[in-house]
Design a protein around this ligand. Structure first.
Ligand code: HEC
Ligand code: HEC
Ligand code: HEC
Length: 429
């Protein structure tokens, strides 16, 4: 044999071994999807499924804007293309009407469809893999109880090769282990339940983990990162100066997740959506467990004992002070103190001093509302300033609020504003 032949043979063997390993990892889950022991369909089970479907954002993601609940078709933009959510109503042809409870469980636990296809991880099965079989069955019972809706869902529009089964197999080998995020065995029952809700059902790290270029992450990570394709930054849940709640009273954490506003700020953008669609429905007991888990997370950065020296205020920030008085103070107060229950304070607000400025720019350019919730049914709105103020004016008013009233953060430059304006106009928001 020539050297070349030997090398080719070695390569062929390696490829086969690699393929076999990938196959084993991805397709050898041993779930018999024909197993058709029907799950309990009593009212209590269906109701528990309905609760999980809200808190887990299943309903929100699987419902198109203005569409029939759970009938799918919602488009989700990713850096790799657009993905459409599946029809989860029990229609026999276009939904899950022919599915067994075992097939549903396999989708949640192994990320495979009833026909065996590997699913796209925009469906957060990286997290639903943690769900118990009983909860999966309750969800199945709930979706099966809905009126069947015949609706074909558009095919995904992913750039090659991202939508192929081979690419998904490789991605999964890198980033997915069925049942892979087990909680700390030594934790209290409350912290364990909180971990199950945060890491599994509500999949908070789908946004709050730092993702790499392939959209993968260590799913236990909650240390924050930019949300791919959205133009928002999900702040760290383990850093006290970002969105860590380690030193918050339980009631304040519950208030944020239930009403959408805490004493210190308002949930905005994608987080407003999470509160609106999901966390506002958490029961008091589950809220307490979520708070217990979030508080038990080890902080990643040392609490700051001494704040950095106040930054020198440049002309940019000083010019912003006047604009602030004209455009913002009527709502947010002369001293950034806000109005309880109506307008969030800007003094001491972590959203204002985050080192990542994209959230601030999003709110400033496009305005927004906090989530409408049972406790705050008609939240006040923040007007958009995209047409009213130019880049230099926006930079100066933001630089002012980041350096006034004890806030200590670097200024925002007109270039930052321009970049966000351009990103918004190309649809990346
Ligand atoms: C972030 C949006 C999102 C959330 C949240 C979400 N899903 Fe999905 N889901 C998707 C997408 C997108 C697909 C399609 C994946 C594919 O076709 O590869 C999908 C597919 C599925 C499938 C497989 C359907 C099929 O035809 O193969 C099931 C079952 C499912 N989701 C159930 C759930 C449940 C239960 C929840 C809540 C615990 C949930 N999903 C939460 C986006 C989401
Ligand atoms: C009409 C009242 C009103 C005016 C005027 C107004 N805001 Fe707001 N602002 C709000 C409300 C209500 C919210 C909460 C809703 C949200 O975050 O989407 C908010 C949110 C914010 C936030 C986000 C706070 C957080 O906790 O996430 C910032 C930053 C902000 N405003 C800055 C400004 C600046 C700077 C100006 C002036 C250029 C301004 N606002 C003018 C009402 C107002
Ligand atoms: C769809 C993406 C997404 C998901 C899922 C998500 N978050 Fe967020 N979260 C964000 C973004 C973006 C922000 C920053 C905007 C803001 O301050 O509201 C944020 C902010 C926060 C804050 C700080 C809010 C403040 O006012 O101090 C907390 C706390 C938080 N998230 C907790 C959670 C928890 C707990 C979960 C799971 C139940 C979760 N998030 C799920 C995107 C998300």
């Amino acid at each position: 044999m020539t050297v070349l032949r030997r090398a080719l043979l070695a390569l062929a063997v390696l490829t086969l071994v690699g393929a076999a390993a990938l196959w084993h990892l991805n397709f050898n889950d041993g779930v018999d999807v024909s197993a058709s022991a029907p799950p309990g369909t009593d009212a209590a089970t269906v109701q528990r499924g309905a609760y999980l479907a809200r808190v887990g954002n299943c309903l929100a993601c699987h419902t198109a804007r203005g569409g029939v609940a759970a009938a799918g078709g919602r488009a989700i933009a990713t850096p790799f293309g657009t993905v459409y959510t599946s029809n989860l109503t029990p229609d026999a042809d276009t939904g899950i009407g022919h599915w067994s409870a075992a097939a549903f469980w396999r989708a949640l636990h192994h990320g495979r469809s009833a026909d065996g296809r590997l699913l796209n991880p925009v469906f957060p099965y990286t997290h639903t893999t943690l769900l118990t079989r009983a909860d999966s069955d309750a969800l199945f019972a709930y979706f099966s109880s809905l009126p069947p809706q015949r609706q074909h869902v558009a095919a995904h529009e992913l750039r090659w090769p991202y939508g192929t089964q081979a690419a998904l197999a490789v991605w999964r080998a890198l980033y997915f282990r069925p049942g892979g995020l087990a909680a700390d065995a030594a934790a209290s029952d409350s912290v364990k339940r909180g971990a199950y809700l945060v890491q599994g059902v509500a999949h908070c790290s789908a946004c709050h983990a730092r993702r790499d270029a392939l959209g993968g992450a260590d799913w236990r990570d909650l240390s924050g990162g930019p949300i791919p394709g959205l133009g928002w930054y999900a702040p760290s849940l383990v850093a006290p100066h970002e969105a860590g709640v380690g030193d918050w009273p339980d009631a304040e954490i519950a208030r944020l997740l239930q009403s959408g506003a805490s004493r210190l700020g308002v949930a905005s953008g994608p987080m407003a959506e999470v509160v609106f669609q999901g966390t506002q429905y958490l029961t008091a007991a589950d809220l307490a467990d979520v708070a217990a888990y979030l508080k038990a997370l080890p902080p990643h950065d040392a609490p700051r004992t001494a704040l950095p020296a106040p930054p020198a205020r440049t002309r940019l920030a000083t010019a912003g002070e006047k604009l602030y008085g004209q455009k913002c103070a009527a709502c947010h107060g002369e001293q950034g103190e806000g109005v309880p229950g109506a307008y969030p304070p800007l003094a001491g607000n972590r959203a204002v001093t985050l080192s990542h400025t994209q959230n601030l720019l999003q709110v400033m350019l496009h305005g927004g509302f906090g989530p409408a919730t049972a406790t705050r049914p008609r939240p006040f709105g923040m007007p958009p300033f995209i047409l009213e103020l130019n880049d230099a004016e926006i930079a100066s008013v933001l630089s002012h609020i980041r350096t006034a009233w004890g806030n200590r953060a670097p200024e925002v430059s007109p270039l930052d504003v321009l970049q966000m304006r351009q990103a918004s106009s190309t649809g990346l928001r």
